[in-house]
Design a protein around this ligand. Structure first.
Ligand SMILES: C[S@@+](CC[C@H](N)C(=O)[O-])C[C@H]1O[C@@H](n2cnc3c(N)ncnc32)[C@H](O)[C@@H]1O
Length: 234
C-alpha cells in the first residue's frame, strides 16, 4: 500500500489527530539527556519533529522523507533543519551518527521493518518509534469483510518485540488508543485519504468498495491502537 502525498500534503496536519497524540506521548518517553543531533525518519510535514525540538531546542535536526512535497511542507515549519529526500530503507546511515532518531507512524509504510530496525539502532544512540497495531481500525475493516481488500498488515506487540535486535535495550514502551467517530463510512474513508493512506485496487474491487460505502449509513469508529517504544543501541 503506497503512501500518497498529493492529497495529504495539504490536508495532513488538519486530519492527523492520532499522529499528534502519538507524538505527544512519544516525546514524554524520550530520555532526559543532552541530545545534540536528531533525525526524523518519515518526517512528513514535520508534526512530530516540532514537538521533539521543543524538548531538545539546541539540537541539530535532519528531516528524512521519500516525499519531496512532504519535506517542503516540513521545511516551512522547521527552516533550520537539514533535508534528506531518500527512502529510509535504503539510506546509508554510516556517514553520520545521531543521538536520537524518531519514526512516528512512518515505519508501517516500510517493506521490511526488521531490517530497518537493525540498521537504524546501529547508528543512533536512541531510537523512538511508534507503529499502529493489528487491532487498529477493526470496526472500519469489518464492513469490508466480504471482499478481499489488500489491507496494510499491522503487527502485534509480540511481533514488533521479536523484530528488535538482541543488542538493544528497551528503555520504555506504551500502548495507547486514539479513536474518532465519523458520521458515515465515506467520511471515515476520507480521513485515510487526507492522511495519505491509499489502497491501490482494481476497478472491480473499487466498485465493491464504493457500493459498501454508499450503503453503510451508520456512524463508524476509527480506532488507532498504537505501540510506542524507545530503544537504546548498545
Ligand atoms: C503518516 S506520515 C507520518 C509523518 C510524521 N512522522 C508524523 O508523525 O506526522 C508517513 C510519512 O512517511 C514517509 N515514508 C513512507 N515510507 C518511507 C520510506 N521508505 N522512506 C522515507 N519516508 C517514508 C511518507 O512519505 C510520509 O511522509
Amino acid at each position: 500500500m503506497p503512501f500518497d502525498t498529493v492529497t495529504s500534503v495539504t490536508n495532513y496536519d488538519k486530519n492527523a489527530f492520532a499522529q499528534k497524540r502519538c507524538t505527544k506521548e512519544l516525546v514524554k518517553m524520550l530520555p532526559n539527556e543532552n541530545i545534540k543531533s536528531i533525525i526524523d525518519i518519515g518526517a512528513g510535514t514535520g508534526l512530530a519533529t516540532i514537538e521533539v525540538i521543543k524538548k531538545f531546542p539546541n539540537s541539530e535536526v535532519v528531516l528524512l522523507d521519500k516525499s519531496p512535497q512532504m519535506l517542503e511542507s516540513a521545511k516551512t515549519k522547521i527552516p533550520d533543519a537539514a533535508i534528506i529526500n531518500a527512502d529510509a530503507e535504503v539510506f546509508d546511515f554510516t556517514s553520520q551518527n545521531f543521538d536520537l532518531a524518531i519514526a512516528n507512524l512512518s515505519m508501517q509504510w516500510f517493506k521490511d521493518c526488521r531490517s530497518f530496525l537493525h540498521k537504524v539502532v546501529k547508528y543512533t544512540k536512541y531510537f523512538a518509534f511508534s507503529l499502529p497495531l493489528s487491532n487498529s481500525f477493526n470496526e472500519y475493516y469489518s464492513i469490508f469483510k466480504n471482499i478481499n481488500l489488500p489491507l496494510i498488515r499491522f503487527y502485534t506487540i509480540d511481533e514488533i518485540l521479536a523484530m528488535l535486535p538482541s543488542n538493544t535495550d528497551i528503555i520504555s514502551t506504551r500502548n495507547i488508543t486514539e479513536t474518532k467517530k465519523y458520521p458515515t463510512a465515506i467520511e471515515a474513508t476520507r480521513h485515510f485519504k487526507n492522511i495519505g493512506a491509499t489502497m491501490p485496487v482494481d476497478a472491480t474491487i473499487q466498485s465493491k468498495i464504493s457500493a459498501i460505502l454508499k450503503s453503510y449509513k451508520s456512524p463508524i469508529m476509527l480506532n488507532y491502537d498504537l505501540f510506542l517504544c524507545v530503544l537504546k543501541g548498545t
